[in-house]
Design a protein around this ligand. Sequence first.
Ligand SMILES: Nc1ncnc2c1ncn2[C@@H]1O[C@H](COP(=O)(O)OP(=O)(O)O)[C@@H](O)[C@H]1O
Ligand SMILES: [Mg+2]
Length: 397
Amino acid sequence: MGVSEYITFTSEDWVLDLKSRSVLLVLSEAEMTSAHFEDVTIGQAQVLLATTPPDARLEEAQLDAATILILEIRPDMPKSIDRLKQVRASHPDLPIIAATRDSNLSLVRMLLKQGVRDVVALPLAQTELAAIIAEICGELDARKAAEVQQGQLISVLKSIGGVGATTIATHLAGELAAGNTGKGVCLIDLDLQFGDAGAYLGLSSQLSIADLIAAGARIDRDLLRSVASKSANGLHVIAAPIDIMPLESANSEQMLRIIELAREEFDHVVLDLPTNWTNWTLSLVALSDIVFLVAELSVASLRQAKRQLQLLASQDISSSHIHVIANRVEKRMFRTINLDDASHALGHQIEYSIHNDYPLVRAAHDQGVLIDAIRARSKIGADISAMLPILTKEAGA
Ligand SMILES: Nc1ncnc2c1ncn2[C@@H]1O[C@H](COP(=O)(O)OP(=O)(O)O)[C@@H](O)[C@H]1O
Ligand SMILES: [Mg+2]
């Protein structure tokens, strides 16, 4: 079975993959040619085209990766019906839509009896296909939501490297973990090239996010739990890879699978994201309940923060989910007119500010502990605590 191409139904350059849903469309060459699915947007469903004769066997790996299967049926070919039965037997949970030219009632009834979810007429019209996919995705979502409560997803972004995103992510996650009496909190360092969240927390695991990426579809809760190390304060941490790896070595599908699993396992999942954008980082941000953007009150940092906000806005990521944090704010600037000026320049309110205290932060990083292990009552500690209400309020929402 030849995979001819991926179609992603979006005209943007950035491809947001929000659901890790993949529709496998199996049609013969003749039907592929007569199908009409150009120029129609149906949201973010990714459709994998497989040009295959109506009676040829399907590849296991492709079926494994599919969320929905659209399968050509030729009632005049017994092997075509056998193929349907085989897929039903080997993948009983995979929703199947039969595509056929012959839509007489007895055939439709036979297909439904075989467990087919729906029947669509050939030649395939994209609007009809889109409607059926949307309906099935809606049902899958509802089933998923009923199954397990998904933990809150919190992304921490930075205007430019070095503004303190990892410092804030580790402390926020640590505070959340300290106050959590439920399933716990997991910090995932997705800064695949420069991640140092593990080191800041004194952890030195050989396992990392790279092991989860490498596991692909085989990832499960046991693997996730074994890769996560537990810090002194009970926070679970999935570290960045030991060796620098290309951002492109991950993709949206894998990352969404990992994050989805983490959200089932923990009450809060905090992501420390890289500075550079890729489709998968943008997809994760779009999926987040809360997005923190860390900046400094410098012209360069605010300029980049503004560009980040523009990108997020261009992808329809609601600005009400985005909370800007000014880090390393000098005492004299704290809650003064300067912050208002900066908010104005940014075009977005700066909601939180964190005091500048380099010796304290540096000592904590050097010792691999959170700052409250060094100084119980610090200004930075209080500033971090001030952010907790929005996280616990919206948790699980
Ligand atoms: N509030 C702060 N006061 C003083 N120094 C800070 C503060 N936050 C972070 N730093 C310092 O800034 C540097 C970069 O921090 P880090 O969290 O690694 O940034 P990023 O993850 O954004 O690249 C570190 O050396 C850290 O000690
Ligand atoms: Mg960092």
